[in-house]
Design a protein around this ligand. Structure first.
Ligand code: OKP
Ligand code: ZN
Length: 318
């Protein structure tokens, strides 16, 4: 398989214990085992060489996030003791996104994974998979939420946009409210998302059909909300529509916000996609023949996550 994988062990420093759901503490879905499931499956198919990310300047993060927000996370984490959890009361949109001592380092390294992947595309690589964790697409310029702190895909897309037009194709089960908002008034970075109808599913306030961009960005944001229970037929049709939009826009790069929580057995998802279907999704994206950066977002069935990733890559890379 002709693909570069970017991986860092620093994601292990972030291991949230609980989220607050309707006032109750429940176990947290976004666990380190997610990425370890993926690396294990990659090794089983003979991909043993993972690239360690380069460390980029915080300036790359400040291009997307407000400095006082980044500093807030950095300083809050520094003050925490080893097993301590903080749910801040500002710079946050929900009760699912805790800070721990290691969160800043993990989140920053997750950005480094994304940027290292982006840099490889600039050096003529065609396909890179950045094993980002924590995920990023819910993070706004000064808000954390939905298990996300820094918007990895947005920071990578910003970096790539210096060289040409970029499409961010978000196939996570949830709408990427952060990414949408960040590029809402821009026409050089086109955000397209297929996700569960926000009337029923997080983030609830964003991801509707009529959100199409503002100012210069009008027409360069497209949402495809689908009902709970959506299966492969409808999903495939929707994906084909989005890929036609990508073709017409003719971007220099594609950033895929890849969430595997659209899987039928995902514990917090609600679509009905099966393991082999991810290969079909990969194939469709590959057929565009545009340099592609895959950014890991969600996907919470730890047992099957690796199989989902491998299926996707088989479609993309073979
Ligand atoms: C992050 B990503 C279930 C409610 C929590 C938050 C979902 C965040 C998803 N216990 N909902 O887009 O995969
Ligand atoms: Zn998700």
């Amino acid at each position: 398989m002709n693909i570069q994988i970017i991986y860092s062990r620093k994601h292990l420093l972030h291991h949230p214990k609980w989220e607050i759901f309707y006032g109750k503490k429940i176990s947290h879905s976004e666990q380190p085992g997610r990425i370890e499931s993926i690396t294990k499956s990659l090794q089983q198919i003979g991909i043993n060489k993972f690239t360690t990310p380069e460390t980029f300047s915080l300036k790359e993060i400040y291009k997307i996030h407000q400095k006082n927000y980044v500093d807030f996370i950095k300083n809050s984490c520094k003050k925490l003791k080893n097993e301590e959890t903080l749910y801040p009361s500002f710079f946050i949109i929900d009760t699912y996104t805790p800070l721990q001592k290691g969160t800043f380092l993990s989140a920053r390294e997750s950005v480094n994974c994304a940027l290292t992947g982006a840099k490889l595309l600039l050096n003529n690589e065609n396909l890179v998979y950045s094993l980002c964790r924590p995920p990023g697409h819910h993070a706004e310029s000064n808000k954390m939420g939905g298990y996300c702190y820094f918007n990895n895909a947005a920071i990578a897309a910003q970096y790539l946009s210096n060289l040409g037009k970029v499409v961010i194709l978000d196939i996570d089960f949830h709408h990427g409210n952060g990414t949408q908002r960040i590029f809402y008034d821009r026409k050089d970075v086109f955000y397209i998302s297929i996700h569960a109808d926000p009337v029923k599913i997080f983030p609830y306030f964003s991801g509707f059909l009529d959100e199409t961009g503002v100012g210069e960005g009008k027409g360069y944001n497209k949402n495809f909300p689908l009902s709970l229970g959506t299966g492969e037929k409808v999903y495939k049709k929707t994906l084909e529509i989005t890929l036609n939009i990508v073709k017409n826009f003719n971007p220099k790069f594609i950033v895929v916000s890849a969430g595997f929580d659209t899987y039928i057995n995902d514990p917090i998802g609600g679509f009905k996609l099966t393991i082999p279907f991810y290969k079909a999704i990969g194939k469709e994206i590959k057929s565009l023949n545009i340099p592609t950066l895959i950014i890991q977002e969600g996907g919470y069935n730890i047992k099957d996550l690796g199989k989902l990733a491998v299926s996707f890559l088989e479609g993309l890379a073979t």
